[in-house]
Design a binder for this molecule. Structure first.
Ligand code: GDP
Ligand code: MG
Length: 174
């Protein structure tokens, strides 16, 4: 049932990270609670909304999914500037995607300064052939003073707790 009470608070959340780390899959898992394993590469920038009821507030989350194609890269900064939170995703089986988290953090800080709310997600925690340990992920997040968790869009592990955390942090800071 989608009855809403209280004030509606809107949040723009932008998903960043290298191509194929699973940004679209994480959003699909949260919105539709499924994983097809055959997501089409995201073209350009796309958004989808989800309304959540928290205590006496209605949260309207606008999730912005970005694409890795070079020709769309120049659009990303304006979406970051406009957002309430940035979710930087890497793939735990792809060391390069983890190294690039630093670049994404710098890009967000460039647009939003130090008041940016950033969450780092290590995705594909279901896979055996990990290249990045949990500890390395935690250490990088700590280095930048950011929130962190590992998730799996495939199994759904930690996805709802992540979004719950995100929503609580966003609404608490409002
Ligand atoms: P995006 O480019 O960051 O949006 O990544 P996609 O969501 O398109 O996912 C890229 C590929 O990784 C696809 O083949 C997905 O099926 C796969 N994938 C995404 N998330 C997971 C996950 O949690 N576990 C596994 N095993 N594969 C995943
Ligand atoms: Mg995508």
């Amino acid at each position: 049932q989608n009855t809403t009470t209280g004030p509606v608070v809107k949040f723009k959340i932008v998903f960043l990270g290298d191509q194929s780390v699973g940004k679209t899959s994480i959003i699909n898992r949260f919105i539709y609670d499924n994983f097809t394993g055959s997501e089409q590469p995201t073209v350009g920038i796309d958004f989808i909304c989800k309304t959540l009821q928290m205590d006496n507030k209605t949260l309207r989350l606008q999730l912005w999914d970005t694409a890795g194609q070079e020709r769309f890269k120049s659009l990303i900064p304006s979406y970051i500037r406009d957002s309430n939170a940035a979710i930087i995703v890497y793939d735990i089986t792809n060391q390069n995607s983890f190294s690039n988290v630093t670049k994404w953090v710098e890009e967000v800080k460039e647009e939003r300064g130090n008041n940016a709310f950033i969450f780092i997600l290590g995705n594909k925690s279901d896979l055996e052939d990990r290249k990045v340990s949990l500890e390395e992920g935690q250490a990088k997040a700590k280095q930048f003073g950011l929130n962190f968790c590992e998730v799996s869009a495939k199994t759904g592990q930690n996805i709802s707790s992540f979004f719950k955390n995100l929503s609580m942090t966003l609404s608490g800071g409002n």
